[in-house]
Design a protein around this ligand. Structure first.
Ligand code: MCA
Ligand code: AMP
Length: 508
């Protein structure tokens, strides 16, 4: 046996060639990738990590953080990346639920996590951003960078777990999506071929690396192609514009593209040499697609995926990329549209819930067999919770969501989680959380609150009370206080009415 994912990802790597160009001027070759991932794998073993153990990481974006992912896979571990914006109480849930052997955090946040890691019996190490050999960048990074550069990569098969990524749920509790070696590798291989990536490509990487898009779609696909990345710490328009001339391709969420279009320096000349712009994680407005083409001459290639499934569909590389659609199912993905209640398959053009099956689809939710069963049909199709249709030409359209979900700047926010928190606040009887049009983030979070009898609640007091409870990007950007919520005859809150009422919150 071998290590299915690690060997597969690096099968086309030429050790002499560059893997990443960093914003601090450093260049990483594929030989560095082999060496540094081995050093981290050695460190992980020293920390007690054994095959199957989870390694949780909430660390700033860096090439070393990516090497920690690869080192974990080489050591036979299961990588569990966490959004940097998560607060200590959110992190507590993930650590408690996943039971990792090791938690690697930002050195600046170590004091927040010491008591927690003691309580949960999780070893705590730190990893910051490397500056120079004299400056400490955290315990794991300092030691990892000088550990042995060779490692006997642990055997792992296609069905072994490589990663767990948490996704929130409509019940408010996050669920750990278990992704196998083959879920990740098969998707990377398909995308490389479909999007024509080769070792001559240079991907401008400005996405975070704690989610599927930046961690797997972008970096795994580049690795299997043997290509190179311009690896930026995050998305800043100035830096992206400065780096575009050196890139051949870019992947982003719609907010990246609307921000670029808002800048006059983003021109046809600047992008003339580019081969491909990919968008996903949130709906790309047809207007943005059209404006992008008018400005640059390029048609953005939109694709559709989920944490649980990696990528499911893509517009064609060579054929027509249709605005407002997410293209065709990937070659190894079966996709159908069904009646959400009965599960009966619907015909062309009919709207229902999108269901998928294929090597990309996850192995279930970590220690939640019931939840897993609920989201699969008996014949193995995963129920996405997205509403869509397939048109006469076979293009898939996403027309809405059966799940109550807000997507803001490419981050998923489940209203239930915010509502539970708002309801706990002093003076609050009940609440509803909705997403409405936001010029920058696509959707912006709005909270609507009904005070308890005789109580006075203010927007400021509520926002300050929840400020350290949930990640900043999930916090309502506006709160309205009302006497009652609109309900239907069944007593269910009519969120569509709230969305209509507050639709102009961020656009006027
Ligand atoms: C930052 N803020 C946000 C968001 N990001 N608020 C709502 N939604 C957001 N997405 C808030 C911060 O809390 C802060 O608030 C203020 O905006 C400025 O923060 P900053 O960090 O400076 O923002 P930014 O750097 O401009 O970030 C915006 C961003 C970023 C670049 C669009 O959110 C981003 O990189 N998004 C990509 C998400 C992504 O990779 N999704 C893929 C998921 P305040 O000022 O009030 O403190 S994977 C997935 O969905 C599936 C599998 C798929 O198909 O890909
Ligand atoms: P996540 O749980 O972060 O993996 O987000 C997955 C969800 O993002 C999907 O279920 C869709 O609702 C949404 N999504 C991803 N890509 C697209 C897209 N191109 N268009 C519309 N929605 C998308």
């Amino acid at each position: 046996m071998a290590n299915h994912l690690f060997d597969g990802l690096l099968q086309n790597a030429n050790l002499e060639r560059a893997f990443a160009q960093l914003d601090d001027g450093r260049w990483y070759t594929y030989s560095h990738v082999m060496e540094v991932s081995a050093r981290f794998a050695n460190m992980l073993v020293k920390c007690g990590v054994q095959p199957g153990d989870r390694v949780a990481a909430q660390v700033p974006k860096s090439i070393e953080a990516l090497m920690l992912y690869l080192g974990t896979v080489r050591a036979g571990g299961v990588f569990l990346p966490l959004n940097n914006a998560y607060t200590a109480s959110e992190v507590e849930y993930f650590l408690d639920n996943a039971g990792p052997r090791l938690f690697v955090c930002d050195p600046a946040r170590r004091p927040e996590f010491e008591a927690l890691s003691d309580k949960l019996g999780v070893r705590l190490e730190t990893m910051g951003v490397w500056k120079n050999p004299e400056t400490s960048a955290g315990s794991l990074l300092d030691a990892g960078i000088v550990a042995e550069p060779e490692f006997d990569t642990v055997d792992r098969g296609p069905d072994d777990l490589a990663a767990i990524l948490y996704t929130s749920g409509t019940t408010g509790r996050s669920k750990g999506a278990m992704l196998t070696h083959d879920n990740l590798l098969s998707n990377a291989l398909v995308l490389k071929d479909l999007w024509g990536f080769t070792e001559d490509d240079v991907l401008l990487h400005a996405l975070p690396i704690f989610h599927t898009h930046g961690l797997f779609v972008a970096t795994n696909t580049m690795m299997v192609a043997g290509g190179r990345m311009i690896f930026l710490p995050g998305f800043k328009v100035d830096q992206v514009i400065e780096c575009l001339p050196g890139a051949t391709a870019m992947m982003g969420v719609p907010t990246f593209y609307t921000r670029l279009l808002d800048d006059d320096r983003f021109t046809r000349e600047l992008t003339a040499h580019m081969r491909l712009f990919v968008s996903g994680s949130a709906p790309l407005l047809a207007e943005t697609h059209i404006e992008f083409e008018q400005r640059t001459g390029h048609r953005i290639l939109e694709r559709y995926g989920m944490t649980e499934t990696n990528m499911n569909t893509s517009n064609p590389y060579d054929g027509e990329r249709r605005a407002g659609t997410v293209g065709f199912p990937l070659p190894d993905v079966d996709l159908r549209v069904c009646n959400p209640d009965t599960g009966e398959e619907l015909g062309k053009g009919e709207i229902g819930v999108i269901e998928v099956k294929g090597p990309n689809v996850f192995a279930g939710y970590w220690q939640m067999p019931e939840k897993t069963r609920e989201e699969f049909r008996d014949d193995g199709f995963f129920i996405s919770g997205d509403l869509g249709k397939v048109d006469d030409d076979g293009y898939v359209h996403i027309v809405g969501r059966a799940k109550d979900l807000i997507i803001s700047g490419g981050y998923n926010i489940y209203p239930k989680e915010i509502e539970l928190l708002l309801d706990e606040q002093q003076g609050v009887l009940e609440s509803a959380v909705i997403g409405v049009n936001h010029p920058d983030f696509g959707e912006g979070v709005v909270g609507v609150i009904v005070p308890s009898n005789g109580q006075v609640v203010s927007e400021d007091a509520i926002l300050s009370a929840i400020s350290d409870k949930i990640a900043r990007f999930k916090q309502p950007k506006k709160i309205y206080v009302v006497d009652e919520l609109p309900r239907n005859t069944m007593g269910k809150v009519q969120k569509n009415i709230l969305r209509d009422t507050y639709t102009d919150t961020f656009t006027t």
